[in-house]
Write a protein that binds this ligand. Structure first.
Ligand SMILES: C[S@@+](CC[C@H](N)C(=O)[O-])C[C@H]1O[C@@H](n2cnc3c(N)ncnc32)[C@H](O)[C@@H]1O
Length: 189
């Protein structure tokens, strides 16, 4: 959805351990550049270890204030990050700022389906199955946070509205995983 063409410049915000940044790196190739930003130094260190090519560079940076020139980027992505930031509106505005006109912003995030039956199923999965898996993996706190933060976060419609207010147009949304995950895409005007 971000359309990272060979030779283009991409940023991945809240990059974590860099899975999406590495995929972008594969698409932009050796002539392109991918900048992966995360405000957690330990995440950036782990991403560095997984780095597969010189085209991907990781740095510690806050999503609310990206160290990039305005209009300098062809695509900007954020996967499972917008739910975690302090001010999602500002992060979308910041990502839109660094995009060139015609550049694409893609946001992948959890959400809940409208349909009551699927909504109940997804909620049950998030409230019961995810914390149980966390417990079995010895990461109870992290996975309880995951379920709680999904329940507390704005739904897919609100995410689209925020993207629209950030100046993104031609918005499209793909529903995935029974309506528990949404990929939103917008183009900078
Ligand atoms: C759930 S992880 C997602 C990581 C990765 N994008 C992925 O899909 O695997 C969320 C990441 O957002 C980062 N994060 C949260 N708030 C941030 C902020 N304000 N600025 C930069 N990174 C932030 C966290 O450190 C964490 O690595």
């Amino acid at each position: 959805m971000a359309e990272p063409q060979p030779g283009c410049t991409a940023v991945d915000v809240c990059t974590g351990t860099g899975d999406l940044a590495e995929e972008l790196g594969r698409r932009v190739g050796s002539q392109g550049v991918v900048l992966g930003f995360d405000f957690c130094p330990a995440m950036v260190q782990r991403a560095e270890i997984k780095r597969r090519g010189d085209m991907v560079r990781y740095s510690v940076a806050d999503a609310h204030c990206l160290p990039c020139r305005s209009g300098s980027v062809d695509c900007a992505t954020i996967a499972f990050g917008i739910r975690n930031v302090g001010d999602p509106e500002r992060v979308f505005a910041e990502m839109a700022r660094v995009l060139r006109v015609g550049g694409r912003l893609v946001c992948l995030e959890f959400g809940l389906p409208q349909d009551p039956v699927r909504r109940w199923l997804v909620r049950a999965y998030e409230r019961a199955v995810i914390p149980l898996l966390g417990l079995l993996m010895g990461r109870r706190e992290a996975y309880s946070y995951l379920a709680g933060s999904i329940a507390a976060f704005a739904g897919p419609d609100s995410v689209r509205e925020m993207m629209s207010r950030a100046g993104l147009t031609a918005l499209e949304t793909k529903e995935m995983n029974l309506g528990s995950v949404y990929a939103h895409r917008g183009v900078k005007l």
